[in-house]
Structure formats: C-alpha cells, structure tokens
Design a protein around this ligand. Structure first.
Ligand code: B1N
Length: 826
C-alpha cells in the first residue's frame, strides 16, 4: 500500500513567514533583505519540523529502541533548507507559497551558508548516513563538534588558492537548538590520585585538572516522508561559570585564565586536512572533548529507563567514524569503572560489545598515532586505562602465539600493540576495544585483511566485515537534479526515493529512442545551468554541447589531478600541431581544495589554472578544449556539477582510494566513469558492465607489487615515450608560465626521489598511455549519440546498490541490530 504523504499547511507557512519577518526584524516583506527572508522562511519550516521531532522523541521514550551514536569529527551536511523541504515532502508547496509572495525558492536557498563541518568524503558520508538512518526509521544521534569555522572558503587569486575563514554562523543558524540544560563537564590534564574509599574500593580521581563546559546544539535530521526526525548533536565549548573569582581568591588566577583560553580555542576551527593527520595537541583535545560529552550523554540516557549498566550494549551502539573518535573506548571504560564501579572485566565486556570501528583509508600519513607523553599529559586517567588495555592485549597475543611453530611472537606484538615506540596507535585501540571493524568498499576491506591489518585479521577474523559506502538519492538526485528526478518518476514511479534498487526498471528504456532523447535533453539543460554558473563565476564561456569531463574532489596526489591535467596539456600540444585533426570538443572541469599546508597540492591548483588561462585564450584551439577550475568546491555547487557531468573522473592510483563517493553521485546522475580499478569503482563497473565504463591503468595488485619490490622507474618511461616526455617538458618549458621554474617541483616529483618519496610514487607516468587511450575511446563513444545515451542511461539504471539506505541497512542487519521506530506520520 502506498503511504500517504506528510501533510503541510501552505497557508500557515505563508502567514508564518510574514509573522517571522515582522517579529524577528520589525520589517515588512518589502523591507526585508533576502537573508532576512531566508531566516524567516527557515524558522517557519523549523516550526513544522519541531512537531515531528517531538513525536519521534516520544515514540522513542515509549518503544525504547536500540540507539546508534555515529561519532565523527566531521559532518559535511551541506545546506539544510531545501533538503529539509524535500524530506518533509513540502518542496513543491513551499515553492508555490514563495512564488505567491513574489520570491524564488532557489534564491532563498542561496541565502543559506553551506555548513561545511567536514573535509570531504568521510564527512559527507556521515551526513548521508544520518539521512538514511532517519529515512529508514532508526533512532540515531550524530555526535560531533560545532566548529565556529568549518572548512575554509577557497578563493583563487592569480591562479593560487587563498584560504578565507568560513563564517557560517555569522547570522545564526535557524535550524539549531541550544540545549544548555544538557551541558557536560570535560576534564583535561592534572594527575590521577589513587586511594581506597570507605567500602574498600580503589578509587582513581583526576585532580588539578582544567575543565570546560560542553554545550550541545541539536540539529534536526529529517527522514523522508515518515515523520521521523533524528538528531545531529554538535558540542560547543564554554568556560565554566563562576570559576574565576573563586580561583582568583585562591591565587589560582593563572589557571582560571588558561581554562578560559582552552574553552575559547577548542571548537574554533576544523582541521582542514583530508587523508592526513597533522598530530596537533589541540586536535586531541577536540577529540576527547566531544567524545567525553557524547559518551556521558549516552550512558545517562540509557540509565534514564534502565538500571543494569552491564546491559548498556543491548540499547546502545557507538560507531566510530575512523580513528578520530577512538578515545571513546577508554572513556567508556573510565565511566563504567570510575563512576559506576564496574570491575575491569565487566566494563571491558560492555565496552567491546558497544563499540565498532570503520576504517576509511590505508594512506600511511592518515594513520593516527599520538606521542605517549602528550597523550598522558593531556588525558592522565585515559592513558592509564589505555596502558592496561594494551598490557592485557599483549598478554593475549603471547598466550595465542607462544609455542606456535614458525610464529615470531615479538613481530606480532610489534605490529599489533596499542602502545609501541612511545606512540598510542589509535587504530589498534579501536580494533581491540570493539567487536566490528569494517572497510568502506570490497577491495578496501580485502586490502585491510590481507595487508594493512593482516595480523589482526588472523587473530580475530570474526570482527572484520565490509560495508560498501553509499550516498543519499534524496539530496543527490531529488534536490540536485529535479528534472531527472521527475523524469525517473514519470517512467518508473517514485518508489526509488526510498528504494534505489527500483532504478533497475529504467533498463527497459535504455534502447528506447524517445527515452534516450529525453534523458540527453535533461543532461543538456543541466549542462546549460552549469555553464551559466561558470560564466558568472569564472567569466569563461563553455559550450554545453561539448563533453563535460569532471574531476571534483579534494586535491591529493593519490587522486591524480596531475595525471588529468598532464593529458590536457598533451592534447593542447596535439591540437596545436595538428590543427585539422578531428577532436570532439571537451570541457575539463576541476574543483578541489588543497590542505592549507600541502604545497604540491597547491601548486597543482596553480598549474590547472595556468593551463586554463593559456588554453582558453588561445585562438588556435578554436574552443575545442576549455579548462575550468571551479572555485570553492563544496556541497552546494557539487549538486549543480554532478547533474551536469558527462564523464566522471575517478583516476586514483589503484589501492589508494578506499571507496570514493563522488563516483556514485555522478553515476546516479548519468555520468560515465573513466577510472582505475580502485575503491568502489570496482563495484560500479561490476553493476554497470565493463562496456559502460572506461577502465584503465595498473591494478591494485600491480601497484602493490611495484611498491614492495621498488622496481618502478619512471625515468625509463620518460626516455622512451615521446608523449609522456612532451607533457612533462611542458611543465618546465615556459608554455604555461613565464617563470620556467614555477612548476619544476611537480616535474621533479615525477622523475626523481624527493624528500624520501619514490619518484612518481603514484604511477602517473606508468598509467599515462592507457589513460590517453581510454579518453580516446570516450570521445569516440560520445560522438555516437545513441551509444552514449544508452551508456549514460545504463549508469543511472544500475546505481541501485549505491544508496546509503542499502549501506545503513547492512550496518543494522550485520552490526548494529537496531529496532525500527514506529512513528505515525502526520
Ligand atoms: O573517506 C571516504 C572514502 O570514500 C574515501 O575514499 C576516503 O579517502 C575518505 C583524516 C580522512 N579516508 N580518510 C579520510 C579525512 C579526514 C582526516 O582528518 C582522514 N577521508 C577518507 C568515505 O569512506
């Protein structure tokens, strides 16, 4: 039976907007600024949300479902306004209501800052997961940090990236609720005092510490059409009130000031590194801050209606989004033992049954390790607990392997201990302290099991499982591409909104000429929309009829934006030297932020912009190639870009990209992948068929062989392949920069060992020719309109597996075992 859509009172909404403009700003609609109108409309929508939010909380109180706490340093939510309307099934009535008030819904949406409390895929995945949890009707909390400044805004000046603070809270956030009544205290530093209390119990008490007040802000996460509203709870730090005078009197003025400083620094800014850990003290403070507050809250919530803390895990699960929240293992142990007097063994039983860990990368620079002295100084009690966890685990390794023939027990300890070489290894703590370890795509999980975490897998195979990532079709099709969303609904009904496997039914249309034409016409319209954006933001005119070839993602050497731009440079040369050669017009679209201190990445951005400048202004090219670098790539413009992509560039060095999720967003929108057999690309090709993707390059096996044997020599390729030589020489021959030395560092990285790295450590030269070949095949395929339409349509039709609804259902069935909430949708 078809579910009734949620009700939405359009007239009430209109009255509410007028009323809000008046009471918030003392203005009429005519006087209000666009930002004020956005705020007024957002508050009107929040009204509608709050009713559902209360109903959900009430249902949870009655039904007592198991709750998942998704703990993450990052939630890259993107704008809430439009997405909330979609999930409330109120987009169309609100659009009409705004129309009637003389307002354009898109312009109102554009007033919202794009909340960017995340770097890239890992943070966006957390956001997609919350959307799916609410839509599937599970009780969930996202637990994170309310950074005052999120991911920096990127400006391009003279081709260089310039970082500008992201002041997303400047005008307040109409959707959030400050919950000061739920504030918690979090303690740092000091020392641990051990004594025996009157009952003969050993008590560990942290003393001489600094304390900050953690204040939660709740954001609603709305399920699609089911009346469920989950919560993203992000914590802000505030100084403890009334402390100063008191401590001043005690001559502890210095400490009072330090405490205030700590509170004011803690949540200032998100570390802007993706797949890289800077190892800063403040980052560890951030981690413990939000974890301590979240774990305290989860335990208290459980005890509201249960009395046996030993069964916490029956109603509570913590999913640790990478190792960043891993102190949760030790913090839960601390609370269970120190506050609730559980024995070590009982506390350990509860903790391991409550915690689960997701690994998101095998990049060694992203493996989180903390110096013991820092860890101990900052978290003295937590360190004691980690030390004891480690002692017992090392014992277990010895018991397991001593006496086994041919096994080097010391080597096992070296590779698995939590404390080793004066470091705290967070991944090891997460694996030992939980009952589930998962990778984010099949290939990635296999690499973890066979290589990175091999010893752990051999010792505890039952913990390991795969959960291939997914994305929410509500944001990335319904909201991002309304034309295609409506078309799909017209063809197969709207069940795909909550069951993406329905897309399979589109296969009936892949050979249908009319459907093909409609599909490609929608793509063209989306390309026109993006072309307008590009004209407005870059001042470059691009041809919507050209192939839109898109690489948008964080800038990282392993993602190989450099490989892409080198082939563009090569083709530029090719066209210039063969002006009459047939070449299908192509627009290369890049978007990428580089971590602020990552010089090679920043220089690559400059290179892309320099190449764009030369090519776009060279009359000899006759517009056959255009290169565009989209400034400040973020969730809001990503939605425009995905909808307009013909070709999806997923060209990481095989084995390096754990999963990727942009690949799925573009597939959903009918882009064809050109990629390596890496991450989730492998599964994409498996779904869509090899004939509907363009695969090239070394396999992960081959890459790992070269890495092991150290027998890759890019100089041989440079010397023997004239195409490669030409492309590389153009880096240093002045074609793209008056200063011939400007791009020399990139050239050097490709040909020489630099700073301990192998020459061309990401195998760009090795994959160059097969990449060129794959591109040639793309141009040929695109020139055949029918063939391309079929391929593009097949990609949309085969994307069913890649919904985050599927991923979340797998977590629920295999790891979390949550109960569905029963909420009456009104
Ligand atoms: O997580 C995504 C994957 O789809 C990507 O392949 C993967 O690269 C990404 C430290 C990270 N892994 N590790 C990070 C982010 C911030 C940070 O401080 C590491 N991001 C990924 C979702 O699974």
């Amino acid at each position: 039976m078809k579910k009734k859509p949620l009700s939405f009172d359009k007239d009430l909404f209109k009255r509410s907007v007028l009323y809000n403009v008046k009471t918030l700003y003392r203005k009429t609609m005519e006087e209000a600024t666009p930002q004020e109108i956005y705020q007024a409309a957002a508050y009107a929508i929040k009204d509608a949300i709050v009713d559902h939010w209360m109903t959900t909380q009430k249902a949870a109180a009655e039904q007592d479902p198991k709750i998942v706490y998704y703990m993450s340093m990052e939630f890259l939510m993107g704008r809430a306004f439009g997405n909330n309307l979609i999930n409330l099934q109120a987009y169309k009535p609100v659009k009409e209501a705004l129309d009637e008030l003389g307002l354009d819904v898109n312009l109102v949406e554009d007033q919202e800052p794009d909340p960017a409390l995340g770097n890239g895929g890992l943070g966006r995945l957390a956001a997609c997961f919350l959307d799916s949890l609410a839509t599937l009707g599970y009780m969930a909390y996202g637990c994170g940090i309310r950074y005052k400044y999120g991911m920096f805004r990127q400006q391009i000046k003279d081709g260089y990236q310039v970082e500008v603070p992201d002041t997303w809270l400047e005008n307040g956030n109409p959707f959030e609720l400050r919950r000061s009544e739920l504030a918690k205290e979090v303690k740092f530093g000091g020392y641990v005092n051990m004594f025996t209390d009157e009952y003969g119990r050993t008590i560990f008490r942290q003393e001489g510490y600094q304390v900050v007040r953690a204040v939660p802000y709740d954001l609603p996460v709305i399920g699609y059409g089911n009346g469920v509203v989950d919560t993203l709870r992000i914590w802000d730090a505030e100084p403890i009130q009334c402390f100063q005078l008191d401590s001043f009197d005690k001559g502890d003025y210095q400490k009072a000031v330090e405490q205030e400083n700590l509170a004011s620094q803690l949540c200032e800014v998100l570390y802007p590194n993706d797949n890289h850990i800077a190892g800063k003290e403040l980052r560890l403070k951030q981690q413990y801050f939000f974890i301590s507050a979240s774990v305290q809250t989860a335990v208290q919530r459980y005890l509201r209606n249960h009395d046996d803390i030993r069964k916490l895990y029956e109603k509570t699960v913590f999913q640790l989004n990478d190792t960043h929240p891993t102190v949760a293992v030790a913090e839960l142990m601390r609370i269970l033992m120190d506050d609730y007097y559980l024995s070590w063994d009982d506390a350990w039983d509860v903790t391991t049954k409550t915690c689960c860990y997701t690994n998101h990368t095998i990049m060694s620079e992203a493996l989180e390790k903390w110096p013991v002295d820092l860890f101990q100084r900052l978290l003295p009690r937590i360190y004691q607990i980690v030390d004891e966890i480690n002692r017992r685990f090392v014992d277990q390794i010895m018991r397991t392997y001593s006496g086994s023939a041919g096994i080097d027990v010391q080597a096992k300890i070296r590779s698995m201990a939590i404390l080793y070489d004066n470091q705290v290894k967070m991944a090891h703590l997460a694996i030992v302290g939980g009952h589930s370890v998962n990778g984010v795509a099949k290939l990635h999980t296999e690499i973890l099991k066979q290589r990175e975490l091999k010893d752990f897998y051999e010792m505890m195979p039952e913990k390991f499982n795969n959960k291939t990532n997914g994305i929410t079709q509500r944001r990335f099709l319904m909201h991002a591409n309304p034309l295609l969303a409506d078309w799909v609904t017209e063809k197969i009904g709207d069940d795909w909104i909550t069951d993406l496997s329905q897309m399979d039914k589109l296969k009936d249309f892949v050979n249908d000429k009319k459907a093909q034409a409609e599909f490609m016409d929608i793509k063209l319209k989306n390309k026109q929309r993006l072309a307008e954006y590009i004209l407005e933001h870059n001042g470059v005119k691009v041809d919507p009829k050209s192939i839109f070839d898109v690489q948008v993602k964080r800038l990282h050497e392993y993602k190989r934006q450099l490989l892409n731009i080198l082939t563009v440079m090569y083709k530029y040369h090719d066209i210039k030297s063969h002006p009459n050669k047939d070449f299908y017009p192509k627009t290369y679209i890049f978007g990428a932020k580089a971590a602020a201190g990552y010089l090679t990445a920043k220089l690559t951005i400059k290179l892309i912009n320099s190449v764009a400048e030369v090519i776009n202004n060279d009359p000899d090219i006759k517009g056959k190639i255009k290169v565009v670098f989209i400034e400040d790539y973020r969730v809001s413009n990503a939605e425009l870009i995905f909808a307009a992509a013909d070709v999806s560039e997923q060209i990481s060095t095989a084995s390096k990209e754990a999963s990727g999720t942009g690949n799925m967003k573009m597939m959903l929108n009918g882009a064809v992948t050109i990629g390596t057999m890496d991450g989730a690309n492998v599964e994409i090709v498996n779904e869509v068929g090899e004939e509907n993707a363009f695969i090239f390059g070394l396999s992960s096996q081959e890459v790992m062989e070269y890495e092991k044997n150290g027998n890759y020599n890019p100089m041989d390729i440079y010397n023997s392949d004239p195409n490669v030589k030409k492309a590389l020489d153009m880096l240093v021959d002045g074609t793209f920069s008056k200063d011939k030395e400007l791009f020399r560092p990139l050239y050097n990285c490709l040909l020489n060992k630099v700073g301990g790295n192998r020459a061309d450590q990401y195998f760009i030269l090795k994959d160059f020719e097969s990449y060129l070949e794959a591109q040639k095949k793309i141009s040929d395929a695109y020139a055949d309109k029918k063939r391309w339409a079929k391929m593009a349509l097949m990609n949309t039709a085969c994307c069913g597996k890649f919904s985050s609804d599927r991923t979340i259902q797998e977590y629920v069935d295999e790891v979390w075992h949550l109960d569905k909430l029963n909420v009456e949708a009104k």
